[in-house]
Design a binder for this molecule. Structure first.
Ligand code: GBH
Length: 463
């Protein structure tokens, strides 16, 4: 904890579909996740976000908890279909009203809102009219939606994130079919991602051209797990680098370096769309900060012809396109989601970003872990989660010491919530949710954060 700058941002994060509930309340339209959950077998136990943790009705209580626990920043996402039930056209004033109240309540408690415009809950209407991420027109619809948000909320919101993890939306939603809208394809992910990047760039362009007077910042959040070469053979070092380029370079290169990584162009041929000159210009430098969601690490090796794929799910991009074999070290401890706990992978990930993209300001917009918690006498002693956070925050400290410009850290998540295809079976919260009563019970990890934030603030004052 010695290297964090005084103005370091300590926050926690959530997303709309995972916590809000009120899925059809006050004029909200359905999203592709509302729809996806209706097909039996898509989500574990056929869970859905209809009620989730009922944040829609309990946001005041939730903000009080943020305040009490010492957070000075809170990352949440806006549900597109609450603002525009059909994805475009008529604005739903009740939806605007909800986010107005949420934002005002945060500011009244001195908590800075960090607002994500898209955390995967595309309005179902756009999907049905085939105006989803596969159609180039989607970038115009996203631009329109973003403009409404800047216009209505930008007087108070100064930190915007256009898209959350386009990699997940593209690969899991359009490649492997395990997330909404459930497509299986080896070309659609590249097309969907292409349109996501353009949508991001158009929204940023509008913000920079028409909302300058709001003096806010805007960026994108990408996710990347670290890929460590399994040994020092050149072919495996190359495989790990290739895996990172297919994972993070795919989205970050067009924004920080001007185009897709060469290795993707070489390997994907016609399946990788091409940016026009003007799109490249729009994309270049279109993020004020480098938003990173980081969870775990895997070894990477060059694909061995006879070996079976270890984890298609964890592979950054379609595996056959990369010839990368991923594996875990049996010595690494696992979370209950079977993601390996490898803090030094976080340090290396941050360093890789600093090296490749000329030391941008990085914000970790998500980092966290899932463990099965138990309530004992009204308390949740989640020692493993506390250990996880301790070790990853130390890993961040190391990166800062090495010169990486890490400016903020958001814990995922403020609450247990709807964990997508895993439903309510995985708990990522620092606050426990009793799903029978919807009671919020602070876990030891939340108390640990309170201490860390306090310590840091005291240090900042004495300097
Ligand atoms: C985030 O995505 C989401 O933004 C958030 O909504 C979600 O609740 C949270 O994480 C927890 O899932 O198979 O061991 O290689 C996480 C993106 C991509 C991170 C896949 C872990 C695979 C782990 N994830 N990655 S492994």
């Amino acid at each position: 904890m010695t290297n964090f700058p005084n103005d370091f941002i300590w926050g926690s994060a959530t997303s709309s579909y995972q916590i809000e509930g009120a899925h059809d309340k006050d004029g909200k339209g359905p999203s592709i996740w509302d729809k996806f959950c209706k097909t039996p077998g898509n989500v574990l136990n056929n869970d859905n976000g209809n009620i989730a943790i009922d944040h829609y009705h309990r946001f005041k209580e939730d903000i009080a908890l943020l305040k009490k626990q010492g957070f000075t920043a809170y990352r949440f996402s806006i549900s597109w279909a609450r603002i525009l039930p059909n994805g475009k056209g008529q604005v739903n004033e009740k939806g605007i009203e909800f986010y107005n109240k949420l934002i005002d309540e945060l500011l009244a408690n001195d908590i800075q809102p960090w607002v994500t415009l898209y955390h995967w809950d595309l309005p179902q209407a756009l999907y049905e009219s085939k105006e989803d991420w596969l159609n180039p027109v989607i970038s115009d619809h996203f631009e329109e939606y973003a403009t409404i948000c800047f216009d209505r909320f930008g007087d108070r919101v100064k930190h915007w994130i256009t898209l959350n993890e386009p990699w997940v939306a593209a690969i899991l939603g359009y490649g492997q079919g395990v997330f909404a809208p459930g497509h299986i394809s080896n070309s659609e992910p590249y097309l969907a991602a292409h349109h996501m990047l353009i949508a991001h760039a158009k929204a940023v362009n509008i913000y920079k051209s028409y909302f300058k007077s709001q003096h806010g910042t805007i960026g994108i959040t990408n996710n990347c797990d670290w890929r460590e070469p399994i040994d020092q053979q050149p072919k495996n070092i190359e495989a790990a680098e290739r895996a990172l380029l297919f994972f993070l370079g795919w989205f970050a290169d067009p924004i920080w370096l001007g185009d897709y990584p060469q290795v993707m162009k070489d390997r994907l041929g016609d399946r990788l769309p091409v940016f026009t000159k003007s799109e490249k210009v729009l994309l270049k430098d279109s993020s004020d900060f480098f938003g990173l969601n980081h969870y775990t690490t895997m070894y990477a090796a060059e694909q061995d012809e006879d070996a079976e794929e270890v984890s298609a799910y964890g592979n950054g991009g379609l595996s056959e396109d990369q010839d990368v074999q991923l594996s875990q070290d049996p010595k690494w401890p696992l979370t209950d989601f079977n993601w390996a706990v490898v803090p030094w992978g976080c340090t290396k990930m941050l360093q890789w970003i600093a090296d490749r993209y000329d030391n941008p300001n990085i914000i970790i917009t998500e980092n966290g872990c899932a463990y099965h918690d138990e309530v004992q006498n009204g308390e949740v002693h989640d020692e493993r989660r506390v250990e996880f956070y301790k070790s990853y925050i130390e890993a961040c400290d190391d990166a800062i010491q090495n010169g990486v410009s890490l400016k903020g850290y958001f814990a995922w998540s403020m609450f247990d919530n709807f964990e997508w295809a895993s439903g309510y079976s995985q708990r990522f919260g620092i606050n426990y949710i009793d799903y029978d009563t919807l009671e919020r019970i602070p876990k030891d990890s939340a108390k640990w954060f309170t201490k860390i934030i306090k310590k840091h603030q005291e240090k900042a004052i004495t300097i």
